[in-house]
Design a protein around this ligand. Structure first.
Ligand code: ATP
Ligand code: MG
Length: 299
């Protein structure tokens, strides 16, 4: 198998990486795109993914040992786009002690008693750790924008709810991410872009296959009716919140094997750029080591 290097990975990811939102159009990314890899090459893709997973494990070990940077991975997508299985596969090689996944559902009574970033701020990864947000504060400009009755339940003072609220939330999110980045948090955001047709196929599978029945929800089928509104909200979100310090990766998600590969590649590339290294042992510690060695050997 040919060796892959970071330059190749960066080139592979270029079409999906958004660091500058102005002019971004969702329709420029085809959910069925596999970057020229054909499904007959799935086996090769799997092998590449295995390499990526190993590489990621190495980076995570250094991240943990160095205890300087933290990594925040944000996953957003329509239902059945494969968030859960992508997280599972991509993180399969990583030491569970270094990773924490938080899923954000409709906010609880306690959560709506706070500002909208509160519950996410509490779940942020500490230095040396990888934090995964399965959904996030971005729901506040997605589901809440599509269903404005949710906004009404947020107990906001009415005079603060104006037509500017979405722009204000984008601004709050930009500032929050800027702040985190300046504190040593690497932020990578993923939108798994599935097509409406593929979603239908996957819902039907959940109905037809007994072992998938538990995943089926009629509410998810209802939600499909708002597809266009969601796509508009996603596009506007990416336009307003993509930045060099907090890029969006818009990943084609009609082929799961491709989604996993692209997500793994983006995480590896992002962590590589941190130039992580095991902490160096200084002279005093080395002396300490020599003494310990003498003790052990003479034991
Ligand atoms: P699964 O793949 O298991 O279905 P899920 O992430 O869809 O995972 P669910 O419990 O089905 O989990 O759905 C969570 C729901 O909570 C989503 O419909 C999401 O839009 C909603 N949600 C998340 N954050 C908010 C929020 N801030 N306000 C309102 N609804 C939210
Ligand atoms: Mg769901």
């Amino acid at each position: 198998m040919t060796k892959i290097n970071s330059k190749q990975v960066a080139k592979f990811l270029r079409p999906y990486r958004v660091t500058q939102g102005r002019g971004f159009r969702l329709r420029d990314v085809d959910p069925g795109d596999t970057r020229g890899l054909r499904s007959e090459q799935k086996a090769e893709a799997k092998e590449l993914l295995a390499r990526g997973v190993e590489w990621l494990a190495e980076e995570q070990e250094k991240l943990y040992a160095q205890d300087r940077w933290s990594v925040l991975l944000v996953f957003q997508a329509m239902d059945a786009a494969g968030k859960d299985s992508t997280i599972k596969h991509v993180m399969s090689g990583v030491n569970p002690q270094g990773v924490h996944v938080t899923s954000f559902k409709a906010p609880s009574a306690e959560e709506v008693d706070h500002d909208f970033l509160w519950r996410c701020a509490r779940a942020l990864p500490e230095r040396g750790r990888i934090g995964i947000f399965n959904r996030s504060y971005y729901e506040e400009v997605l589901v809440v924008r599509v269903h404005q009755e949710f906004l009404a339940r947020q107990k906001l003072p009415p005079e603060l709810v104006t037509e500017d609220i979405w722009q204000e939330r984008f601004e709050a999110i930009r500032n929050f991410e800027q702040y985190l980045a300046r504190n040593g948090c690497l932020i990578l955001k993923f939108f798994l872009h599935v097509s409406r047709d593929e979603q239908k196929k996957r819902f039907l599978e959940r109905l037809d296959r007994p072992e998938k029945n538990w995943k089926f929800s009629s509410a998810d089928v209802q939600e499909r009716r708002h597809w266009k509104d969601y796509m508009r909200a996603y596009e506007d979100m990416i336009r307003n919140t993509a930045g060099a310090h907090a890029p969006w990766y818009v990943i084609p998600a009609d082929n799961k094997w491709f989604t996993r590969l692209a997500v793994a590649a983006a995480i590896v590339a992002g962590m590589e750029r941190l130039d992580l290294a095991f902490p160096k042992v200084d002279a005093a510690r080395r002396k300490d080591f020599a003494a310990a060695r003498r003790l052990l050997v003479g034991d």
